[in-house]
Ligand binder design. Structure first.
Ligand code: SAM
Length: 272
């Protein structure tokens, strides 16, 4: 795998593009472990975002029924088409944040770190069975943070509302070429059963987490403009904000269920 990767790099005199997060995996064991974790079989349709030079795509193509690989770098798309002859891989040239994602049931990717957050949110709005993803370590830790943890954030809450997330492996910088400036980690994501998933008002979540260390009532007052409320309206609503569920708790202590209670109360009061 490593030899193939570097022979392609030399052949095409490829200079990795930092802006596109091009840090290629060079440790075959990590690739294998992630494919195992995703339990890929021929019944599966796998989505890969950012195939790069195919280090994951190649073994995925040998196990999955179908692989869709979305790659933004046109030069890399060309190289993949020339170098590999996968019968069951469709390479989609384009920005994963803009192109329509095909139907899939598993996702396995070493994501470009710049788009980790929007890709995760997009994934959480889709039906899927399991995703095994490599993220920047700090991002992965935020994804799995629990209410009350010091790094519990909007991302942690939104992930928790829809899925179970587990950080299963830390990966050092030496596992990539070129060596990134940060460590990485593998996260396994599985959607919760539909009856346990919570749909939250994203505006409200954003407004609350804008002031994650404040109390709920203080955060609501400070972010009222994000809910479309004028200063006068906020004055008028002072009583309502002090009666809001969990009003004296800190925002970073709230579970998705707590936020749902807040949302339902604000809806009942006609605030949102
Ligand atoms: N999967 C390969 C590996 O592990 O060696 C490459 C991973 S590299 C971290 C990320 C890949 O995503 C690069 O090939 C990069 O060109 C591609 N990429 C970056 N931004 C993208 C975007 N918005 N949409 C699709 N691909 C993107």
């Amino acid at each position: 795998m490593r030899d193939r990767l570097f022979s392609i790099i030399y052949k095409y005199n490829l200079h990795p593009n930092r802006d596109l997060g091009q840090n290629f995996l060079i440790v075959p064991d990590i690739v294998e472990r992630n494919i195992e974790r995703a339990e890929v079989s021929e019944k599966d349709i796998v989505l890969e975002i950012g195939p790069g030079l195919g280090v994951l795509t190649d073994p995925l193509s040998k196990r999955a029924g179908k692989v869709y690989a979305i790659e933004k770098d046109r030069r890399i798309v060309e190289i993949l088409r020339k170098e590999y002859n996968w019968p069951n891989v469709e390479i989609i040239g384009g920005d994963a944040l803009k192109v329509v994602w095909p139907e899939f049931n598993k996702m396995v990717s070493n994501l470009p770190y710049q788009i980790s957050s929007p890709v995760t949110f997009k994934l959480l709005n889709r039906e899927f069975e399991r995703a095994v993803l490599i993220f920047q370590l700090e991002f992965a830790e935020r994804m799995v943070a629990k209410p009350g943890d010091k790094n519990y954030s909007r991302l942690s809450l939104m992930v928790r509302a829809k899925a179970r997330a587990e950080l299963v492996e830390r990966i050092g910088r030496g596992a990539f070429w070129p060596r990134p400036k940060v460590d990485s980690a593998v996260v396994v994501l599985e959607p919760k059963p539909p009856e346990e998933r919570i749909d939250l008002n994203e505006n409200l979540v954003k407004a609350l987490f804008q002031h994650r260390r404040s109390t709920v009532s203080a955060a609501l007052k400070k972010s009222a403009h994000m809910l479309g409320l004028s200063k006068d309206k906020v004055k008028e609503l002072r009583q309502v904000f002090s009666r809001v569920p969990h009003s004296e708790r800190r925002v970073f202590q709230l579970s998705p269920e707590d936020v749902l209670e807040i949302e339902e109360f604000l809806k009942k009061e006609g605030v949102i």
